[in-house]
Design a protein around this ligand. Structure first.
Ligand SMILES: Nc1ncnc2c1ncn2[C@@H]1O[C@H](COP(=O)(O)OP(=O)(O)O)[C@@H](O)[C@H]1O
Ligand SMILES: [Mg+2]
Length: 420
C-alpha cells in the first residue's frame, strides 16, 4: 500500500458531507483489498457476491448475497442504495454486468458494446481484424463439424479455447484435428455461450500490458514479460518480469500494438489489460485484452514498478472524476520480478501438504517487497495447469529486471513446505 491517502471529491468541489457510494460487483479475495481501499478513501461501499462467505462482503458497508449473473438483481441493488459508481476488480465475468448496471443507471461506464468486445474472444478478434491490429489467424468453433474448416484456416499447432472464459480454463495447445476433437467438449463446456475459438499457436515471449485510457487518449503504464512453464500449464503466468526484455523496434511495435488494441476495442476511459506475444520472427500479436484491473498480482506489479494505484484510478473512473496526471502517470520505473509459488519445476513440491513454514525468511531476503502464501495444510499441490494452481507469490525489486528475477527465484525457494 502506498501511504498516499486522498479524499475522493469531484474537481472544484470541497469535501462535502455527502458521502459517495460505490457498488462492487463481486467481493472475492481480489476485491477485498479494493473494498478496504475504497473505504479508506472515504467512500461508502455496497458489494454483491453469490457466496455469503465471500471475504469482501464482511468489509462492505452493505453486503448482499446476489449472483451477479442475474443482472436485473444487481440493478435492483444499485437502485436501492442510490449508488454513484459501479466497478469490479479482476473478475472478467463481472465486466459486462458492471457495464450494464452503469448504462441502466446513467453512471460512468465502458458501455455494453465495448464490454462484450473485451470479454468475448471471437467478437474481439473480428473487431481487431477490422482495426488492422496484428493477431494470430483464428476461426470460431461452435460444433464438431466446424472443427475441420477451422483447422484448415488456422493450421497447426494451434490453441483451442473457450470464447468467453478466463484463468486458462479449457485452454489447450493442439497439434492436430484429433487433438481438437479430444478437447472441444471441454473448451465448449467452459464457455457460457457454448462457443470456442481456434487460433494459430504463436511461439515467443508473452507480455502483459497495462494501459489507462482517459477520454480517448491511451497512457501506457507497464509492459512486462509473463513467463510460462513448459507442458500442460503452458498458458499459466508463473513469473512476471518488469520491464519487458524485448527492445528496439520490437518494443516500439509492442507499445504501439497495445495502444491500438485499446482504441480498436472502443475503450474511451478505463483500465485496459492487453496481452501480447513478441514472436520469434519479429511480429507482435495480441492474445487478448481485458477492460479491468487484472488479477494475479498485476496491480501490485504496477504499484511497485511505476507507483500508480490502479484501484484508486478505477474508483475515480467509476465515479466519473477527472483523472489528474499525478494519479495516472508513471512516477518512477523500478525493475522487479514476481515469482508465483507453483509446483515443480516451480519452487513447491507435489503432494499432500503436511506443514507450511513461515514467510519470515522470504520477506527478509534482499529486495523482497511483498510475499504471500495461500496454501493450507491438508490440500494437495498438483502440477501447474491453471491460474488457480498458483499458491502464493514473492515480489522482489533490484537495479535490473534480471537481478530482480534471481532474487525472487531465490526467495521463493526459502519457503519450507512438507508433503507426503
Ligand atoms: N494464439 C496463441 N498462441 C500462443 N499462446 C497462446 C495463444 N492463445 C493463448 N495462449 C496462451 O494461453 C494463455 C491463455 O489464453 P487467453 O486467451 O489469455 O485466455 P484466458 O482468458 O484464459 O486468459 C495465454 O496467456 C497464452 O499464454
Ligand atoms: Mg488471458
Amino acid at each position: 500500500m502506498t501511504g498516499r491517502v486522498t479524499l475522493i471529491v469531484r474537481p472544484g468541489q470541497v469535501a462535502s458531507p455527502r458521502v459517495r457510494t460505490v457498488l462492487f460487483v463481486g467481493a472475492g479475495r481480489h476485491q477485498r483489498r479494493a473494498i478496504l481501499r475504497a473505504k479508506q478513501l472515504g467512500l461508502r461501499v455496497v458489494a454483491v457476491d453469490r457466496n455469503a462467505d465471500a471475504p469482501g462482503l464482511a468489509h462492505a458497508d452493505e453486503g448482499e448475497v446476489v449472483d451477479f449473473v442475474e443482472v436485473e438483481q444487481v440493478i435492483d441493488v444499485a437502485r436501492r442504495h442510490g449508488i454513484d459508481g459501479v466497478l469490479t476488480v479482476s473478475a472478467d465475468r463481472a465486466v459486462p454486468v458492471v457495464a450494464a448496471v452503469a448504462e441502466e443507471l446513467g453512471l460512468p461506464g465502458i458501455g455494453t458494446q465495448t464490454a462484450h468486445l473485451m470479454t468475448h474472444k471471437v467478437a474481439m478478434r473480428r473487431r481487431l481484424a477490422e482495426g488492422g491490429v496484428p493477431q494470430p489467424r483464428f476461426a470460431a468453433v461452435r460444433a464438431r463439424r466446424e472443427a475441420g474448416p477451422a483447422g484448415e484456416t488456422v493450421g497447426f499447432p494451434a490453441v483451442l479455447k473457450p470464447a468467453d472464459s478466463g484463468g486458462q480454463r479449457g485452454v489447450f495447445r493442439v497439434e492436430s484435428l484429433d487433438d481438437v476433437d479430444a478437447h472441444l467438449h471441454e473448451a465448449l463446456a467452459a464457455s457460457p455461450t457454448g462457443e470456442a475459438i481456434l487460433e494459430e499457436f504463436v511461439d515467443g515471449i508473452e507480455m502483459n500490458g497495462i494501459v489507462i485510457a482517459r477520454n480517448g487518449e491511451t497512457i501506457p503504464l507497464t509492459l512486462s514479460d509473463r513467463l510460462r512453464p513448459p507442458g500442460i500449464g503452458f498458458g499459466v503466468g508463473w513469473i512476471h518480469v518488469y520491464p519487458a526484455t524485448i527492445y528496439g523496434v520490437q518494443l516500439e511495435e509492442a507499445e504501439r500494438t497495445a495502444a491500438q488494441t485499446v482504441s480498436a476495442l472502443g475503450l474511451k476511459t478505463g483500465i485496459a489489460f492487453p496481452q501480447l506475444i513478441a514472436a520469434r520472427d519479429g511480429r507482435v500479436v495480441v492474445v487478448e485484452c481485458a477492460a479491468r484491473i487484472p488479477g494475479g498480482q498485476m496491480a501490485d506489479l504496477v504499484r511497485h514498478a511505476v507507483g500508480v494505484d490502479l484501484v484508486e484510478v478505477q474508483l475515480h473512473i467509476a465515479l466519473g472524476d477527472e483523472l489528474p496526471e499525478e494519479l495516472v502517470l508513471p512516477r518512477f520505473s523500478q525493475p522487479l520480478a514476481i515469482r508465483f509459488l507453483t509446483a515443480q519445476p516451480g519452487p513447491l513440491p507435489v503432494g499432500l501438504v503436511t506443514r507450511i513454514g513461515p514467510l519470515d525468511k522470504l520477506l527478509a531476503f534482499p529486495g523482497v517487497v511483498q510475499a504471500d502464501v495461500y496454501l493450507q495444510v491438508g490440500e494437495t499441490i498438483r502440477p501447474v495447469r491453471l491460474d488457480g494452481d498458483r499458491r502464493g507469490y514473492v515480489i522482489a525489486v533490484a537495479p535490473t529486471n534480471l537481478e530482480a528475477l534471481e532474487r525472487a527465484e531465490a526467495a521463493a525457494r526459502l519457503l519450507d513446505v512438507e508433503v507426503e
